[in-house]
Design a protein around this ligand. Structure first.
Ligand SMILES: [Mg+2]
Length: 422
């Protein structure tokens, strides 16, 4: 009995989220588009089978979608983020040792189970997530994370959505049919370099000499190769290092000129960035704002950006807001049509256990400000983003809003958009 990694991955995650609230879409082709309804970023199996490709510009496929009854959605990140949190919460019941790897993928470490109970647990994971959220997932199981990733891909093709890679001959057979570029952590560039040296399949790579691998792929590549040999080298990140910066930026739905509209947009981005910052338990030491025109338009171009250090590290939207708008007014030049603006929070550090400054609010004043942010976050989580905002982000129709003509309702995060069952 050894330790095993389960890689749990939601099938066609965004398309599956849309289906949960729209069961009539079962068995029908579904695609989800990127911000501003630009490109295809998710496809149901039916859409894949019809030859819809990832990253394809949506406008090129309009007619095809219409003729073939493809259901098209604008991306609804509030919904996907919330569904993801629900899935992850369920998964955390299966192991205290987990790593959320992306919005729809998670590693779980299971210790001391024999093969039958491992498989049984994996099936249980699948059934529970499906029953409690409506999202289908597949589970790959192996002694290393790299092999668990591969097992997951096989699970997508197998009948019951669970695949264990443990037997050495079985592993070799699978690796023989795999290109090196499909191994987690090798990538296209690494694969090209390996190909030039005559190493084509994942099995070729697994059988290379350690020194050779270190020379060609560095020590990181060697860890991957050892993982292919069932030697665990990549542990769960129990405490991933905090990100260095946090970005909130969007292209506008239309190009805008007026400073007032830009102020509304930047104000909204600051609030969103502040929310993210607090959710991660971080404070920012500096704020940057940028602004740019559309360089693909035959018209005068301008891009401005400036960064400012804050008097004291903060996670309060109130402290971030003023400096951000001041920067915007500094860098804004009239007479240009702007396509994009953004706010970047820099110099991030954990909110607790850092050195305090004389300049930051403390005592009762600080407690009041923290409480205000907590209330704002709670209300906006419960009633939908933007329920409570600073007046500066505008109360009327938002000219700068991105295009989301086909977004599904915020089924799980907005009271006004709850699904109605007849
Ligand atoms: Mg997935």
């Amino acid at each position: 009995m050894r330790d095993f990694y389960l890689m749990v991955d939601c099938n066609n995650f965004y398309a599956s989220c849309e289906r949960v609230f729209n069961p009539g879409l079962a068995g029908k082709p579904v695609v989800v588009l990127s911000n501003n309804d630009g490109c295809v970023i998710a496809r149901s199996n039916e859409a894949k089978a019809m030859g819809v490709v990832m990253g394809e510009p949506a406008y090129k496929r309009e007619a095809f979608f219409r003729q073939n009854g493809v259901h098209v959605f604008s991306s609804n990140y509030a919904l996907y983020g919330d569904m993801s949190a629900r899935v992850m919460r369920i998964l955390s019941n299966f192991s205290g040792e987990m790593e959320v790897y992306s919005i729809d993928e998670c590693f779980l470490l299971l210790r001391g189970l024999n093969t039958p109970s491992l498989l049984q647990t994996a099936l249980e994971v699948r059934r529970t997530v499906r029953e409690w959220t409506g999202i289908p997932v597949c589970v790959g199981i192996a002694r290393t994370k790299t092999l668990a990733k591969i097992a997951n891909r096989l699970a997508k093709k197998d009948g019951d959505g669970v695949r264990l890679l443990e037997n050495e001959e079985d592993i070799d057979r699978v690796l023989q049919g795999m290109e090196t570029g499909d191994i987690w952590g090798i990538g296209r560039k690494g694969a090209r370099r390996l190909c030039a040296c005559g190493v084509h399949t994942a099995l070729d790579l697994k059988r290379q000499d350690d020194d050779w691998v270190r020379r060609h792929l560095t020590v990181t590549g060697l860890r991957t190769v050892l993982e292919l040999r069932q030697i665990p080298c990549i542990a769960l990140e129990d405490a991933p290092p905090p990100a260095r910066s946090l970005v909130c930026s969007r292209s506008f739905g239309t190009r805008i000129e007026s400073l007032a509209s830009l102020e509304e947009a930047v104000s909204a981005y600051v609030q969103r960035a502040g929310e993210k910052l607090r959710r991660k338990g971080l404070v920012a030491g500096a704020v940057q704002v940028f602004l740019e025109t559309n360089r693909f338009q035959p018209e005068p171009q301008y891009a401005g950006s400036r960064c400012r250090a804050l008097p004291a590290p903060t996670a309060s939207t109130l402290d971030l807001h003023g400096p951000a708008l001041e920067i915007l007014r500094d860098i804004h030049k009239p007479g240009y049509k702007y396509q994009k603006a953004g706010v970047i929070l820099l110099d991030l550090s954990p909110a607790t256990g850092r050195q305090l400054s004389f300049l930051e609010p403390h005592g009762e004043e600080k407690a009041k400000r923290d409480a205000l942010m907590r209330v704002m976050d709670r209300i906006n989580t419960a009633h939908g983003r933007g329920t409570l905002t600073l007046a500066a982000s505008g109360l009327g129709k938002k000219e700068w809003h991105m295009r989301q003509e086909r977004r599904s309702p915020l089924y799980t995060t907005s009271w006004a958009e709850l699904p109605v069952v007849h």
